[in-house]
Design a protein around this ligand. Structure first.
Ligand SMILES: Nc1ncnc2c1ncn2[C@@H]1O[C@H](COP(=O)(O)OP(=O)(O)OP(=O)(O)O)[C@@H](O)[C@H]1O
Length: 228
């Protein structure tokens, strides 16, 4: 049997909100297998962002473990996490997060520069990625010259730049109209197949949920397998 690529065991995270403690995650465990697209759904405030941040090494849990490709994310020093976020995990956010003064090509090139890819290899990878997301004719445009859907395409290309094993997306269609959202979710579905990446996507979007291989529901800080 195939080994899981991502193993999450007993994650707990509590935030201090003024005098109150908020238990965002109480005891969350799941596994994601290579090439799987997992949708995480749950009401606003159910802990989806918290969970994704812990899986991708953007934050640390109070208890529990995250392992990606046999490497303990939760046990890593900060230098290891920087490397993990550069090489192993790609992130896509609701608000795109592009650098406004850089062109589409330059935005996609940022993680390649951080990974010290040679100039020629970088140019070739940028070309392939922007073609893959349907933006071959928009390489020199800045984010403000692109539509929301096009900006999210650039962000997806950037997330895939260093060939990550895991793609983490937090409400990737949350700011898009329904037709554009549909195109972006179909793009994510296709890229998970063609690039063999494992995707964990937090979403309210029923269309995206329908395209997932598995749907997990966060409720009261606990995760349940849900019918898609
Ligand atoms: N930095 C923080 N400080 C204090 N409380 C926080 C912090 N981040 C999240 N929370 C609280 O933890 C809970 C889970 O938040 P989280 O953002 O993970 O939920 P979510 O499911 O992603 O919500 P949404 O769908 O609205 O984005 C919420 O009650 C939230 O208010």
């Amino acid at each position: 049997m195939t080994e899981p690529l991502v193993v999450v065991e007993g994650l707990r995270k509590t935030y201090q909100k003024g005098p109150k403690e908020v238990a965002a995650l109480k005891d969350v465990s799941f596994e994601a297998f290579p090439g799987e697209l997992i949708a995480i759904r749950g009401r606003s405030g159910s802990g989806k962002t918290t969970l994704l941040n812990l899986v991708g090494g953007l934050d640390r849990p109070d208890a529990g473990q995250v392992t990606i490709a046999g490497r303990s994310v939760t046990g890593m020093a900060e230098s290891g996490l920087v490397e993990l976020r550069r090489d192993v995990v790609g992130f896509v956010f609701q608000t795109f997060g592009l650098v406004p003064v850089l062109s589409a090509a330059e935005n996609v090139g940022v993680p390649l520069r951080l990974a010290k890819a040679a100039a020629q290899e970088r140019e070739e990878r940028i070309r392939v990625l922007l073609t893959l997301v349907g933006l071959a004719d928009h390489v020199n445009q800045r984010p403000y010259e692109l539509s929301g859907g096009q900006q999210q395409r650039v962000a997806i290309a950037r997330a895939l730049a260093n060939r990550p094993r895991v793609l983490i997306a937090d409400e990737p269609t949350g700011q898009l109209d329904s037709q554009t959202a549909r195109q972006i979710m179909e793009l994510i579905r296709a890229l998970v197949r063609s690039e063999g990446v494992t995707a964990v996507v937090a979403t309210h979007d029923l269309g995206l949920i329908a395209l997932a291989d598995r749907v997990l529901e966060l409720r009261d800080g606990l995760l349940e397998e849900a019918a898609s």
